[in-house]
Design a protein around this ligand. Structure first.
Ligand SMILES: *Cc1c(COP(=O)(O)O)cnc(C)c1O
Ligand code: SF4
Length: 403
């Protein structure tokens, strides 16, 4: 048995985000998602009212106006530590001067999405599924956003989604069976607008499967209302991928919002981005995925951070990601382990990267190790052996025929 000393457990408890820096606000206002959006922190003054910024952060905020807007909901802002510039929440959401440093390999469109857009707003890269970018707005803006070229409206490009053309394309392309709504954040649509769009998509008979990629349950859990859940429930099978990176993001409000979605039959997955100083550590990642399971969310992908311009201060080594996966497989619940992927630069799609367990593999055998490093062997099944029963049968048939 593997009896290693227990690892530190990082922020395993669910804590409320309220009231934090907003002590004077009533619970009614706090739980109103429109109040949360209206009261987002979007300016240098707004930040400095609560936090002591570093010079690197101050310079980053000034830079943000021409790249990716600054916006943080009060709910999410309350997860920021006042006096810790290395706070893992702060690193994700407060601009940093590093965003102005563009390394040679970095790109405005690192996943080559624009080159795979047959219709404005619709990315069709894989044979049977399409990515539908329905808005450029989010509840808060992640500093490493892979779509910062269009998201928030401050960057160099604008998103001009053509809904009629996109739906006509999906109707015509009967090979598409799965549509992923993303953006920006689809859950910033009003209930009516979302219902109308989902209804239009559901009318297309070959679309078997719809999913929504959203960070709203994390940034703005107040948006997950019973009315919204009832709308989503009408359009099943509808799955959802949320986006959390650090266990602190799973507050009691977020847990309850995810629980409401799960109770309305929405299967939940999580996508994380591997970020330096946020979650590039095994104990942090373990706490995150264990908390996700408690919220009925299955960890889906762990992304190597895309080569987005100005992200070098947030990127980690690929080796680190593989090391984290290696530290999970066998050591914890299989359901808790995400697939580590790199979205191939320039537009090759998601490619899985795994620790290597196989030492040797030929026609005779495969030699591999387990999570404890013990070595095992399995005899390879040859093509001839697989086909043997079929040959045997056909011989029998021949015999029956000739006798
Ligand atoms: C990620 C992505 C998808 C969905 O990929 P899955 O592996 O099926 O989750 C589809 N289209 C594009 C362009 C994507 O980037
Ligand atoms: S929520 Fe998603 S789309 Fe919006 S800023 Fe964050 S990573 Fe980008």
């Amino acid at each position: 048995m593997n009896k290693s000393t227990p690892e530190p457990r990082v922020e395993m408890e669910f804590a409320t985000s309220a009231p934090g820096y907003w002590a004077g606000v009533s619970p009614e206002q706090w739980s109103d998602w429109k109040w949360q959006l209206k009261n987002r922190v979007t300016t240098l003054e707004g930040l400095e009212k609560h936090l002591q910024l570093t010079p690197q952060e101050r310079a980053g905020v000034i830079l943000a106006g021409s790249k990716l807007s600054l916006a943080v909901t009060p709910h999410y802002f309350n997860l920021i530590e006042r006096d810790n510039p290395d706070c893992p929440i702060r690193r994700q959401i407060i601009p940093h001067v590093g965003e102005g440093t563009i390394s040679p390999a970095e790109m405005a469109d690192p996943c080559g999405e624009d080159a795979h857009m047959p219709v404005p707003g619709l990315v069709h890269r894989y044979p049977d599924r399409a990515l539908f970018l329905i808005t450029d707005r989010c509840a808060s803006y992640c500093r490493y956003c892979t779509r910062s070229r269009v998201v928030s409206g401050a960057g160099e490009q604008e998103l001009h989604t053509d809904f009629d053309e996109a739906i006509a394309y999906l109707k015509k392309h009967t090979e598409v069976r799965d549509v992923l709504l993303s953006g920006g954040d689809p859950l910033l649509f009003s209930d009516d607008k979302l219902d109308t769009l989902l209804t239009r998509l559901r009318e297309i008979p070959h679309l078997e499967f719809l999913r929504i990629g959203t960070r709203v349950p994390i940034f703005l859990p107040q948006r997950i209302t019973p009315e919204l859940c009832r709308i989503l429930q009408k359009h099943h099978p509808l799955w959802m991928s949320v986006h959390t990176n650090h266990p602190r993001e799973l507050t009691t409000e977020v847990r309850d919002a995810l629980g409401m979605l799960a109770n309305h039959g929405v299967p939940l997955g999580n996508q994380s981005v591997l970020l330096s100083g946020v979650n590039d550590s095994l104990p942090v990642m373990k706490s995150l995925i264990h908390k996700l399971l408690r919220c009925r969310v299955r960890p889906y992908y762990l992304y190597q951070c895309d080569l987005i311009q100005g992200s070098s201060h947030l990127r980690t080594s690929v080796r680190k990601g593989i090391e984290i996966i290696e530290g999970l497989r066998g050591h914890t619940t299989g359901y808790a382990i995400p697939q580590f992927v790199i979205d191939a630069p320039g537009g090759g799609g998601k490619v899985p990267l795994n620790p290597s367990y196989v030492f040797f593999h030929d026609a005779e055998k495969v030699v591999f190790r387990n999570f404890e490093g013990k070595v095992f062997e399995y005899p390879e099944v040859t093509e001839r052996e697989v086909q043997a029963p079929v040959t045997h049968l056909s011989v029998l048939h021949e015999e029956a025929f000739t006798s």
